[in-house]
Design a protein around this ligand. Structure first.
Ligand code: 5RP
Length: 222
């Protein structure tokens, strides 16, 4: 079993009957969704899932997990999601899979958030992983110019064919190659205030529990 599978299966044990569960996105969250699907089918687990991307929605539907949209539920009991980087003080970067907008919305309305990662994602300081920023296509060249002038090293995300990546909301992603983010709160504030920015991948003070897959076993931090 690989480390992503290990933490995915471990996180699924936090899911109980009757819960509304936010289902994250990415290659680690994939295993958690698979395990919840298995429990629904084999153990009769009764939950309502709220997905964070079209990809997770397709997976959950195929597994027979009952779903509602974020606007059809009063709250989410628990959200389980992956992350691209987690710092020593539990701040995170997300959006490597371009799903940061829905992920942040679902996390915002969740009573509890668990991140599941392999040990490579645990860092001292955020920023080695390029920070994803979701922007409206209209005016995105202007934002690129502005970020460049501010020294944020922006790169418009493209796929292997060189086409611009579009999010589930048909927006673009600008990745900021920062190296080290000295003040995540200040940067988050700056980005939130730029016209045309829909959301950024800094998830600050949003997680309760981190489940880390290490070669020697699972470590859970609260
Ligand atoms: C998607 C995300 C993912 O949770 C993050 O990129 C981690 O993905 P993976 O588990 O595949 O490494 O934020 O937008």
């Amino acid at each position: 079993m690989n480390l992503k599978q290990l933490v995915g299966i471990e996180a699924a044990t936090y899911v109980k009957d009757g819960m509304t569960v936010g289902l994250g996105t990415g290659s680690t969250a994939y295993y958690m969704v698979e395990e919840i699907g298995r429990r629904v089918k084999e153990e009769g687990l009764q939950i309502t899932g709220v997905t964070t991307s079209n990809a997770t929605q397709e997976q959950a539907l195929a597994l027979g997990i009952p779903l509602k949209s974020i606007d059809e539920v009063t709250h989410v009991d628990l959200t389980i999601d992956g992350a691209d980087e987690i710092s020593a003080n539990f701040q995170g970067i997300k959006g490597g899979g371009a799903a940061l907008l829905f992920e942040k919305i679902v996390a915002t309305y969740s009573d509890k958030v668990i991140w599941i990662v392999d040990e490579s994602k645990m860092v001292e300081h955020l920023g080695a992983f390029p920070l994803p920023v979701e922007v409206i296509p209209y005016g995105s060249d202007q934002l690129m110019r502005k970020f460049n002038e501010k020294g944020l090293n922006p790169v418009l995300r493209t796929n292997e064919q060189g086409d611009i990546v579009k999010t589930d909301s048909q927006n673009y992603i600008i990745d900021l190659k920062l190296g080290k983010i000295k003040n995540p709160t200040e940067l988050a504030h700056y980005l939130t205030n730029q016209v045309g920015v829909v959301e950024h991948g800094l998830f600050l003070d949003m997680v309760n529990t981190v489940i880390i897959g290490r070669t020697e076993g699972v470590e859970t931090l609260n």
